[in-house]
Ligand binder design. Sequence first.
Ligand code: ADP
Ligand code: MG
Length: 275
Amino acid sequence: MFRQRHLSATATATATAVAVAERADLVPGVSAVPDALTLKGVAREYRRGVAALHPIDLAVPRGRFLAVMGPSGCGKSTLLQCAAGLDRPTAGTVSIGGTELSSLREAALTRLRRERIGFVFQAHNLVPSLSVAENVSLPLMLGGTRPGDRALRGLDAVGLGDRGDDRPSELSGGQQQRVAIARALVTGPDIIFADEPTGALDPVTAQDVLALLRQAVERDGHTVVMVTHDPAAAAWADEALFLGQGRVVARLDRPDAAEVRQFMRGMGREGERAA
Ligand code: ADP
Ligand code: MG
């Protein structure tokens, strides 16, 4: 199986989170460590009366890797856009690391997106006119922080420490996606959202990119929410959440690719019956 689990690392991260939570509980008025992402009754209508997303409740604790799956048009990107503050839900509330997004003015929301959320998209992730290192530094520079050697350290972590001066076009698709991951991690965000991050990659290259996301979660305690239609990609996650027509229809704990594939075939038949 592709998935390589390092349970001791996860256990350590969990123990640390619990210890921090317990300390916080000792301080009056300070609550336990908030989840990386909380959705309460989040719904989205693009046209009145047509729900792309029915009310969804979801909590993603820190240090978790969640895959969001389901057939085309089921609302995966809508969910991700609402969760990442790129789109406003028509109902419900979204919180990132305990901060409710609807409570923020536009400038504060922009800052939160830049500093506390990392993004990895399927393609066109990088600014072609900037060097690789500049691309990684961008979220820091936009926030007025000197990147120092953080871009280089980030590139080292994804195995591209020697490519900082290159332009993105000089890198392969998989290398570009690794740069996008380094950039998503550079601010130390509460959560990383990835929409089909391996959708444009061959299966072998995709494994490298998924391994990096897995490493970010297990070794460094990051939180990842990844939209994918690929069962092999979902198998790297701790949990797979299945959407069907804008609703959560199932959740699989520690999904493996065969299990996910089988489940999706079942969903396909459900869809045919519903149609
Ligand atoms: P997925 O990412 O799972 O393929 P989406 O979230 O993109 O699905 O879309 C969910 C539903 O919302 C689809 O029926 C789609 O046609 C509709 N939709 C998505 N974006 C828009 C939009 N900007 N305006 C109107 N309808 C949209
Ligand atoms: Mg989509």
